[in-house]
Design a protein around this ligand. Structure first.
Ligand code: ZN
Length: 461
């Protein structure tokens, strides 16, 4: 998001006071973040500084901002100009920009980073805060613990931002963003209560901010993910749709695309693959794939999955080579194994049982060695369905005993073990059914977030 630049014409019309609403707000934040290129354009309009001509020496000649749509943020920016200009001169003399400082911070342990941010003004800048937050956000899927550290650092910087340099309203906006990201980072670290608190704080900060709808949309989008985690689908979709509405009216195609993809993921979770497919495809058309390669890949990966679960095997297969290549390019081993798992499911759906079995076994082996018990359980159940379909009772029995031993040693929750015991008993009595396996798979998926959920198989089928 920090890679976004307004076009030159927009910056110029903003500086002439002709641009209002969320467009103006976005440009103000971009200029405040210290983009040298856009500040260069803005500076052409600067000698609005005619201190001698203005009573009291104030630089108040961009008065055309008043009365336009971007009134509030325009006035704020006008007040900030002198501060920003001197601040920029300081930073230029130090010749260290935000990316340079981020690299420097990356070398330090977290304790030292927090100390630098606390004590050195050089680290208390808008641009650095945004860069640190984006870094934390981007890291989330691969390294949740590090993502949390960077996000906490971003919150610490936001709290140190000078209100005289950036204005109180803009600082509240950025604190809201930092806390929204913190909520998200806590969610992916399974601290759901902490996530909820961070979102509440973010919401309170927004109330004190500029009223920037894009910041609100960002909060709503991230908060919806927490509601979905609690399986509160109705509430989650309500606020996600509100975020989508904001993006639609503000014309930010990339952000709209992201929110649609988030919605597509959840429609899939809800078990509506056709709606998920339509929404993901709509979102994919809109995102800037170079800016967010991982999101692009995740959306395509899920699209393949939903084609598969909607029984559209040919469409799923047609996408497989492209998505596999994307996984290889981004180089995340676990994701690549997950995709192999999906390929195995598609092969099974297509009737290529031998290829499916080999792949399921390899995937299972990988997750067992990586000690990811829930994935071992899920892929074991895929294998169980395959054995059951072929009437391979002896192998099914061996598999269910192995599962029980493995999960006891991998530290899976007690309720989940109890569910597996039930499953094993059914297998021993040769009463395991596709329905029971599917119930167990769904139960284990839910039990990840609610470890004390008791397992109740639905009536037999
Ligand atoms: Zn720029």
């Amino acid at each position: 998001m920090t890679s976004w630049h307004p076009d030159r014409i927009s910056v110029e019309s903003f500086m002439r006071g002709e641009l209002g609403g969320s467009d103006a707000t976005r440009i103000v934040k971009h200029l405040v973040a210290g983009c040298p290129e856009c500040q260069g354009v803005a500076r052409l309009y600067y000698p609005c500084a005619r201190p001698a001509a203005v009573p009291g020496g104030a630089e108040r000649c961009i008065s055309s901002w008043r009365g336009k749509g971007g009134r509030k943020v325009g006035e704020i920016f006008e007040d900030l100009l002198p501060e920003l200009r001197s601040r920029q001169a300081d930073l230029e003399s130090e010749q260290i920009d935000a990316p340079g400082l981020v690299d420097r911070l990356a070398q330090c342990p977290q304790e030292r980073r927090l100390m630098l941010v606390e004590n050195s003004e050089r680290y208390q800048t808008w641009g650095l805060c945004e860069s640190v937050l984006e870094r934390g956000f981007a890291m989330g899927p691969q390294d949740p613990a590090k993502a949390l550290e960077w996000t906490e650092l971003g919150v610490a910087i936001a709290r140190k931002l000078s209100e005289s340099t950036y204005s109180s309203e803009l600082v509240h906006d950025l604190k809201a963003r930092a806390l929204s990201y913190l909520g998200n980072a806590r969610r992916i670290n399974s601290d759901l209560a902490g996530a909820s608190r961070a979102f509440e704080e973010a919401s309170a900060e927004l109330d004190e901010g500029t009223g920037d709808e894009l910041e609100l949309a960002r909060l709503l989008e991230l908060k919806s993910a927490l509601l979905f985690e609690y399986r509160k689908f109705r509430e989650g979709f309500k606020i996600l749709d509100r975020a989508i509405g904001i993006h639609r009216s503000s014309g930010g195609e990339h952000f709209l695309g992201r929110a649609l993809i988030a919605k597509g993921f959840q429609l899939g979770e809800l078990g509506d693959p056709e709606a998920a497919i339509a929404t993901l495809m709509d979102g994919l058309k809109r995102i800037d794939i170079h800016a967010e390669k991982r999101l692009h890949l995740a959306a395509k990966h899920n699209l393949v999955y939903h084609f598969y679960s909607a029984g559209r095997y040919h469409q799923a297969l047609a996408m497989v080579p492209e998505v596999r290549a994307l996984h290889k390019e981004l180089g995340d081993t676990v994701d690549l194994v997950r995709f192999k798992w999906l390929e195995a499911k598609i092969a099974q759906g297509h009737g290529e049982l031998e290829a499916a079995e080999t792949a399921f076994c390899e995937v299972r082996q990988f997750f067992a060695e990586s000690e990811i018990p829930h994935e071992v359980a899920q892929v074991s159940l895929d294998l169980a369905i395959l054995y059951l379909r072929q009437g391979r009772v002896a192998e099914l029995k061996r598999l269910s005993s192995e599962m029980l031993v493995m999960f006891s040693s991998l530290g899976i929750g007690r309720e989940a073990i109890a569910a597996l015991v039930l499953f094993q008993q059914a297998v021993e009595m040769e009463k395991a059914s596709f329905g029971l396996i599917r119930d167990l798979a769904a139960y284990l998926k839910n039990a990840r977030n609610h470890p004390h959920l008791p397992f109740r198989p639905s009536s037999s089928d």
